[in-house]
Design a binder for this molecule. Structure first.
Ligand SMILES: Nc1nc2c(ncn2[C@@H]2O[C@H](COP(=O)(O)OP(=O)(O)O)[C@@H](O)[C@H]2O)c(=O)[nH]1
Ligand SMILES: [Mg+2]
Length: 324
């Protein structure tokens, strides 16, 4: 009986919260519309009373159902069913590290990040994933000291999955996923390792203003945009704080990667979200930490600062959250 109740709870946990939150957001929009009607009074000549009372009723109903669902899931059910766990510790010092680095026609810039990450004393290998590059990326990566592995399936997600599996195949204890576009910094690795002592995976957040350079792709829209989608993820998997959804730079223990490896499947730009969701569904402990972020070298082939592309990726990411 107890098991059956637990199974039922697992089925609705987080999903109830996230869908209730959407109802609450709709109630807020209905409220705004109701308020806006006052503004138009006198401009448009029609009887607003009926429209206003319909909108008000919709606002109340959505508010009560949405707010109630959110409260039930996040405050009541969670406290009854979720078992709290103690903090665990694991030694990171002396553990071997392999870095999987994505690259797609990044010949102008790839040498820098390869040399940078190889300079960390624990990093044994940097593996650059050549995603069908038609320029000198592979040759330059190799001369800088990296191993090069070709991923024939085109796409950021395919390149990232190959980066993780190639790092795993070196036998390293700790796997690092990073882009080879010089936006990320080896000097942040020790910050990641500080938290990897307690958790299974550490993800970076590029939304801390004090830590990002001038003119990076995390601009006036990308920064809040990332934070907003991250909050939807946070509501779905309540308990873990998220402020960024597009940060590729992440570090995971070998045994934790084994738990999610077969579940990773997204080949497109929304891979980062999918990986995080799969890790959360597998009950991995995740911490997100503020990291530094630099302006991209070379041309962006992904989102960069392109707003329409960013919106399309954000929608796909929200789809991943709603289907999780
Ligand atoms: N967009 C894109 N990036 C790829 C692909 N294959 C590998 N990558 C690499 O994935 C990373 C993300 O691309 P990037 O242009 O930096 O996107 P941005 O970070 O959104 O500006 C870079 O390291 C690319 O070189 C691909 O097919 N498409
Ligand atoms: Mg990039």
């Amino acid at each position: 009986m107890k098991n059956k109740v637990m199974k039922c709870y697992k089925l609705i946990a987080g999903r109830l919260a996230v869908y209730s939150f959407l109802l609450l957001a709709m109630s807020f929009m209905a409220f705004l519309l109701t308020s806006a009607l006052w503004l138009f009074e006198g401009i448009f000549d029609f009887n607003q009373d009926i429209l206003r009372s319909i909108l008000q009723t919709i606002t109340y109903i959505l508010f009560i159902i949405g707010g109630g669902g959110l409260f039930l899931d996040l405050v009541i059910l969670r406290n009854i069913f979720i078992k709290q766990v103690d903090v665990s510790w694991r030694n990171v010092k002396d553990k071997s590290v392999a870095v999987g680095m994505t690259a797609y026609n990044d010949e102008d810039i790839i040498t820098g990040p390869v040399k940078d990450f190889l300079a960390h004393p624990q990093v044994k290998d940097v593996i650059v994933i050549d995603n069908n590059c038609t320029d000198l990326t592979a040759e330059r990566a190799q001369s800088a000291g990296a191993k090069v592995v070709v991923e024939p399936k085109q796409g950021f997600g395919f390149a990232s999955m190959r980066a993780l599996s190639a790092a795993y195949e070196t036998g390293a204890d700790i796997l690092v996923l990073v882009e080879g576009d010089a936006t990320f910094d080896r000097r942040d690795l020790n910050k990641y390792f500080s938290y990897l002592t307690n958790v299974d995976m550490v993800i970076g957040t590029r939304t801390t203003r004090e830590l990002i350079d001038r003119d990076t792709q995390i601009d006036w829209l990308m920064n809040p945009g990332n934070q907003i989608v991250a909050k939807l993820l946070q509501i779905r998997f309540w308990g873990t704080r998220f402020t960024d959804v597009g940060c590729t730079y992440r570090v995971i223990w070998r045994d934790a990667y084994e738990k999610i490896r077969s579940k990773l499947s997204v080949g497109g730009m929304h891979f980062n979200m999918d990986m995080t969701v799969e890790a959360l569904k597998s009950n991995l402990k995740i911490v997100e930490i503020p990291i530094t972020f630099h302006k991209r070298g070379g041309l962006s082939k992904g989102v960069g600062t392109r707003k329409i592309r960013a919106a399309a990726v954000a929608l796909k990411m929200m789809g991943v959250i709603l289907k999780a």
